[in-house]
Design a protein around this ligand. Sequence first.
Ligand code: F6R
Length: 262
Amino acid sequence: MEVVIVADRQAAGELVGQAIADLLRRRPEAVLGLATGSTPLPVYADLARRCAAGEVTFAEARAFLLDEYVGLPADHPEAYRAFIARELEAHVDFPSGAVQGPDVRPTGADLLASCDDYEDAIRLAGGVDLQLLGIGTDGHIGFNEPGSSLASRTRLKTLTDQTRQDNARFFRSLDEVPRHVVTQGIGTILQARHLVLLAFGGEKAAAVARAVEGPVAAMVPASALQLHPHATVVVDEPAAGKFRQADYYRETFAHKPGWQGL
Ligand code: F6R
């Protein structure tokens, strides 16, 4: 795993935006895995800027969302499909229909089938080339809460109280935060060819340190990144605050050959 400590969110956005632009230049039909929430916003802002400047095109690319709330109207501004349309698709040149999220409208057995269909759609697209990830203060990736199987696939999950409280800032009240979500599983996420996890702010420091430097455990879902051959963790200084090996990460990145990229 590579850990990169950057000065701030904007530097992280530029670094990861550059990696995505490089990927799309090498492989215009690349498949991206998109996270929502506040963390990926600097990356999306950087990609919008690069697209406007003609440095990158998404004309042949495709993308899959990590997760979606269950029970929100599809046009609710905090539905993740609406979030991605607003924060990324509106500012870059994805063809229509190129960005997909899990269909969370069915119930019962139909919802289980819809989760399987989503797995199939990712597989049929050739798998995800680069998966963006945030991390919850409880260590979740996607909405795989602590205790999620490291082999899990796309399915219905229940959010922890901690996650609902963390996400209440996007809603008018805690009561409005959905309890249920559909999320790609940890096993699904691990099949992406490159995982890029971002974390900003001191409130993420403990979770990211456990994920990177602690044991691999279902109770810390993000620790599953240790099992992946190409995982990159990009953090700002406050989020790096609890690493034991911070100096080593800084020295490694400072002396990395330029040709290696992320
Ligand atoms: C969102 C997602 C979540 C968030 C995490 C951090 O698609 O999968 O894992 O990345 O909850 O949220 P923020 O970025 O809002 O701190």
